[in-house]
Design a protein around this ligand. Structure first.
Ligand SMILES: [Cu+2]
Length: 506
């Protein structure tokens, strides 16, 4: 009798527990509105994960960006790297990953990592059709790799986790640039050390140019009217040091300080003209929504892998880690002495100080920039469909229920074939997060988001796409190079925890 009573109490208690957890889950699911606009708005107001349930059930951090107390400093412009051999068809670059010390904040210098310098890296310019050799040297204390994010090149030169370089060693890669003009970037990709190395400063830029980009007459005076903006968040201890282990979060490390090209609270002096900014969203995990403080529109002209067919007028632009965009901002109507602010999640990513008038090549917002095939339903018929399910939180993150294994090939793909990749982001009892999904060695097109057409500024070449909770994103992917390529979440801590797979293209 006593035992039966005990059993019933246990059953009732379990039922209450299941009910409670279930209703929290349902509450979470239905108190969120998944339309793009609301996500952007909520992200902008910084409230995204103040949701008590998220705090309880997932580790997703929501560290607010602090307004900077530091006075405005001139924006650092990454140097353009000189080629070490001058020949139009074949160029060579030398890149050294090294430790450094950099004046980021007032007072003590910060111990950092950088390429060929103290912090971040230079710009590597390359032209379509060129043969490029890059001699890489690892002067770090630990192993690293040099991953060319967005380049469509064979996997043995891609710089993924299979191509690590031990401390003190060198390696050369040679490839041909076979893709159109675009703003790409490079960063480390060694398994287990990607996140900390990026957080401490390893990231550089690659500009691909072609006949089309030269003919478009867009602003192209580097550092004057064509300026790269590597936007990142980091935290600093009282002694101005970056402490990755202390800031570490298994669902994505965030910092409370916004940096653009390593500059806190930066300014540039600009003439009244069209300004071109090449934005790289380069945080470990923070997604940024960019806007102008005047709320004026600007034009997006390029996505991750090249120009859009025509400029897209926007009031705000969301970029998750790994994504890039080129935007044009019209400063012509402002007066000498005015300041326009580019905001990232309401923090100042750049102060544009207007200094003097300059008549320049006038950008026409209706201008045709590119000739990307629009996707029609017919062309998708008969294509293979690859399901990619992104699931889990923290150390449970996985793709198709599997965590990364260097010795396992997850997918086999045919060279030169096109496929539809259906990327699903499933929430779990543990919580929900948006995952920036990146595929190596390809530039893809977004077919749809939850069955609907993507936003017009997403109708360009992409290598990274933000997949929101409970969202299904369809991609048109074509494999142009043979070898073993990674696909993964670009929240670097998720990638480290195994939200990554490998496909063999042959
Ligand atoms: Cu993720």
């Amino acid at each position: 009798m006593k035992n039966i009573k005990k059993k019933w109490i246990l059953i009732i208690l379990s039922a209450i527990l299941i009910g409670a957890v279930g209703s929290i889950f349902i509450y979470k699911k239905y108190t969120r509105n998944y339309t793009e606009q609301s996500i952007q708005k909520v992200e902008k107001s910084g409230e995204r994960n103040n949701n008590m349930m998220s705090g309880m059930m997932g580790n997703e951090q929501n560290l607010d960006l602090k307004p900077s107390k530091q006075s405005e400093r001139q924006l650092l412009i990454p140097p353009v790297l000189e080629t070490s051999s001058q020949n139009e068809e074949e160029i060579t670059y030398d890149i050294v990953a090294r430790e450094g010390e950099f004046q980021i904040k007032d007072g003590e210098k910060t111990e950092t990592l950088g390429y060929n310098g103290e912090f971040l890296g230079p710009v590597l310019r390359m032209k379509k059709g060129q043969k490029v050799t890059i001699n890489t040297t690892n002067q770090l204390a630990s192993r690293t790799s040099f991953h060319w994010h967005g380049l469509k090149i064979p996997s043995d030169v891609d710089g993924g986790p299979h191509q690590t370089i031990e401390s003190g060693e060198k390696k050369s890669v040679t490839f041909e640039v076979k893709q159109e003009a675009s703003t790409l970037w490079f960063h480390p990709h060694p398994e287990g050390e990607t996140a900390s190395q990026v957080y401490k400063g390893l990231a550089g830029l690659m500009y691909v140019e072609d006949e089309n980009s030269k003919s478009l007459n867009l602003p192209e005076n580097y550092g004057i009217d064509d300026i790269p903006l590597i936007v990142q968040d980091k935290s600093f201890k009282a002694d101005n040091q970056i402490d990755y282990e202390n800031d570490y979060n298994s669902d994505g490390t965030q910092g409370d300080t916004l940096l653009t090209n390593g500059t806190i609270n930066p300014y540039v002096e600009v003439n009244n003209r069209w300004m071109r900014y090449r934005i790289v969203s380069g945080s470990n995990s923070r997604t940024f929504t960019f806007s102008l403080d005047s709320n004026e529109p600007f034009y997006q002209v390029a996505t991750d892998g090249g120009f859009l067919n025509t400029p897209v007028k926007l009031n705000s632009l969301t970029l998750s880690p790994g994504e890039r965009a080129e935007i044009l901002v019209d400063t012509k109507k402002y007066n000498n002495g005015d300041t326009i602010k580019l905001l990232a999640n309401d923090s100042v990513a750049l102060n544009m100080r207007i200094r003097g008038r300059k008549t320049d090549t006038t950008f026409i917002p209706s201008k045709k920039l590119n000739d990307i095939n629009t996707i029609d339903e017919k062309s998708l018929e008969g294509l293979n469909r690859q399901i990619i399910n992104l699931k889990g939180m923290s150390h449970m993150v996985n793709i198709n229920n599997k965590q990364f294994d260097m010795n396992r090939i997850d997918l086999y793909k045919k060279l030169n074939e096109q496929e539809i990749w259906e990327v699903n982001n499933y929430s779990s009892m543990m919580g929900e997060m948006a995952h920036p999904f990146h595929i190596h060695g390809v530039q893809f097109q977004i077919i749809s988001r939850n069955g609907k057409q993507p936003r017009s500024n997403e109708n360009g070449w992409k290598d990274t796409v933000l997949v929101n909770p409970e969202e299904r994103v369809e991609l048109l992917v074509r494999f142009d190079h043979a070898g073993t390529f990674m696909y993964h979440c670009h929240i670097l801590e998720h990638e480290e925890y195994g939200m990554m797979g490998q496909m063999e293209v042959r």
